[in-house]
Structures are given as C-alpha cells and as structure tokens.
Design a protein around this ligand. Structure first.
Ligand code: NAD
Length: 340
C-alpha cells in the first residue's frame, strides 16, 4: 500500500466499511499543502477493491494538478464508493459516507462525479459541511463548459492565428452536461459543428437543433475538422485514434484524454496542438472551490476566464521549447506543487 502511495506521491488513503449500510468507501488525499483536498465522489461498480484504490489514487493526483494550474488554495483528493451488487439503500449508503467525510475534519471536501449527483450531495450535506455541488449551488458543468470554450478559442488563436471561431469546424464527442452547453456557445460563435454521442436519440436531437453534422461514435476521430473536442470519456487519444485524426487542435473536457504519456508526444509529432485536459477542464473545480468559500460570482467568472491565458502560456512554451504541451503542463504543475 505504501508503494502505491509513493508511486502516486499521495499522502493518505482512508478506508471505511459500515456494516449497517454496507458502505465500502475509499478517500484518497494526494496533497494538502496548498489547502484542503477537493475532488469528486465516484459511485461505480468495481470488480475488485484494488481497482477502486487505483482509481482513487490516480484521480486524486489529477485533482492536485488541476487545482494548482488554476491557482486555487486547494489540494487534490478523490473518493470512491464501491457500488454494491444487488439491493442497496442509497440514503443509508450516502449518509454513512457523509459521516466518513466529516471524520476527516475538512481535510477532504467532496463533490459530484461519475455516478453521483446533487441528490447524493444533499444527503452527504446532512452529515457534513465539507461538500460542494449540492442542489443549492449551480451545476459546475456550466463553468467547465465555459472554460473549454475559452480554451478552444486560445488554441485556435495559437494554431490558426484567428481570434474568433467563425468558420472553424469543431467535432464534439459527447453531448452531455458539458458537451451540450459547449455546443450552444460554439454555435453562437459561428463555428461549424460535427457531433456524436452513443445515445442515438440525443445525437439526432442535438444535430437538428444546431444544424450540425451527426456522425457515428467511431467515425468522430477521422472527421474532417479543425478542432476535436472530447467531452465524453477518457483515453480517446491513443495508438488507434491518433493515425485517424485530421484535426489541428484537440481541446475538450474529458479527464485523462491521453491513454499514455507517449500519446502527448505522438500528437506533437503529428503537428496537433493538445490543450492539457486538467488545465482546460478546470472550470467546474474553480466554481466548486470558490463558491464553497463564498467568493463573489464576478471573481469566479474572472478565474474561469484565466484558463485561456494559462493555456496560451503553455502553447507558447511548447512552441519555444519544441516540446509537447502535455509535458510542459506536467512540468509547470510539478514545479508549483513540489518546489514552491
Ligand atoms: P455526461 O455523462 O453528462 O456526458 C457524457 C456524454 O458522453 C453522454 O451524453 C454520453 O452518452 C456520451 N458518451 C459516452 N461515451 C461515449 C462515446 N464512446 N462516444 C460518444 N459519446 C459518448 O458527462 P459530463 O459531465 O458532460 O462530462 C464529460 C466529460 O468531461 C467526462 O469525461 C468528465 O469526467 C469530464 N469532466 C466533466 C466536468 C464537469 O463539470 N461535468 C469537469 C471536468 C471534467
């Protein structure tokens, strides 16, 4: 276990088993030097506890990088509740999880993630104040989408020397909480759209609404476009998809877009500008973090708009150092985390 913490440079790993509700949960805290660890709570089926531990540790580190790149007074953490097979009582499970979060005395602040929503956060909130994204708050996805939109503009400016999106073709994968508002903004800005989703009804509805070209999920990688915006799932930049890309920019909200670190280099060698995921998708975290400490909406909006400036700096460094943007971002994040 300590080897795993060391490999991830993580500080703590907390486990909870609650016999009454059947809760099996893990909270991984990567780093708290900049502030309390903030990160979502996943509620998913895992084949083995080992997989859940690895997920929590890997994702907690990602949250530290995301927070430090957005200059937030926050560390990185993530929690995982192993979804029981068969019958379970959601209210009891998340009540027990709320007590678990409270026991950590604010070292970890939880939020929505895959498999959880404001409903679960409200249950947790009955046990602890160390929770964000309850039903009393805005949906963080809107802020994530705004950051991605501004990030796409920064990448287009860097690549095509164009400061607006008129006539730029953007292929969006995933039309959910982030993808949909992103498409609204792109459409409004005059971009041409290619869209896909595994939900066929949603795909047709969105394509019709925005006069977009709908393609099948596995056709999006080879779509004729200027920008590919992954807003569905991770690891979609890999040895199988890279040869298919016709885009010049990859900029989207999905977490862990690169299947391996080497894929960042492969994109760079192919002349594709990659907007590092944990920088461009930081808007939701910015909202959750700043709203939790009651910062004014104008300050939150200002901080979200700074994502574009951070990306522009990374792109300029990448070009000056002839080095992949993914490596430049990792270097800056590690410098800020471990050397400042
Ligand atoms: P969501 O579940 O609301 O939407 C995802 C959409 O992608 C769904 O419509 C789903 O049908 C579609 N999809 C899934 N697999 C697909 C595939 N293979 N091909 C095409 N479409 C597919 O999720 P979301 O909240 O919009 O988040 C999107 C991504 O952004 C996720 O990777 C998430 O981790 C990441 N992210 C989200 C936020 C946020 O604030 N919501 C913040 C940071 C990162």
């Amino acid at each position: 276990m300590f080897q795993r913490l060391k490999a991830n440079k993580a500080h703590d790993l907390h486990f909870k088993y609650d016999p009454d509700s059947g809760l099996k949960a893990i909270i991984a805290i990567h780093d708290t030097r900049k502030g309390p660890a903030l990160g979502g709570c996943r509620f998913l089926h895992y084949n083995a506890a080992d997989d859940a531990i690895n997920d929590a540790l890997r994702l907690a580190r990602g949250m530290s990088y995301k927070a430090v790149m957005a200059n937030l007074p926050q560390g990185g953490g993530k929690s995982v509740i192993m979804k029981p097979n068969g019958h379970f009582n959601r209210q009891e499970l998340f009540t027990a999880f709320g007590r678990f979060v409270e026991e950590l005395n604010g070292r970890y602040i939880t939020a929505i993630d895959s498999g959880t929503s404001a409903v679960e956060m409200d249950i947790i909130n009955q046990q602890t104040s160390h929770v964000t994204s309850t039903s009393h708050e805005d949906n963080p996805s809107i802020y994530t989408s705004q950051g991605v939109f501004e990030g796409i503009k920064a990448a287009v400016k860097s690549t095509f020397k164009q400061s607006n999106l008129k006539g730029i073709t953007v292929a969006v994968q995933g039309l959910g909480n982030v993808g949909y508002p992103l498409i609204q903004s792109l459409h409004h800005a005059g971009a041409k759209l290619v869209v896909t989703d595994i939900n066929a009804d949603r795909l047709q509805q969105v394509a019709k609404e925005f006069n977009a070209t709908a393609v099948a999920p596995d056709e999006i990688y080879a779509a004729e476009c200027d920008v590919f915006s992954p807003c569905g799932l991770g690891a979609i930049v890999n040895h199988h998809t890279i040869p298919q890309f016709k885009c010049k920019v990859i900029a989207g909200s999905a977490n862990n877009q690169l299947a391996t670190e080497e894929d960042g280099l492969r994109l760079f060698e192919k002349g594709i500008l990659y907007a590092p995921d944990y920088v461009i998708n930081g808007g939701g975290l910015i909202y959750a973090s700043m709203n939790h400490i009651h910062q004014p909406a104008a300050d939150i909006a200002k901080k979200t708009s700074e994502i574009a400036a951070t990306l522009s700096e990374i792109f300029a460094e990448s070009s000056a150092q002839n080095r992949p943007s993914s490596e430049v971002a990792d270097h800056i994040a590690q410098q800020r985390l471990y050397r400042e």
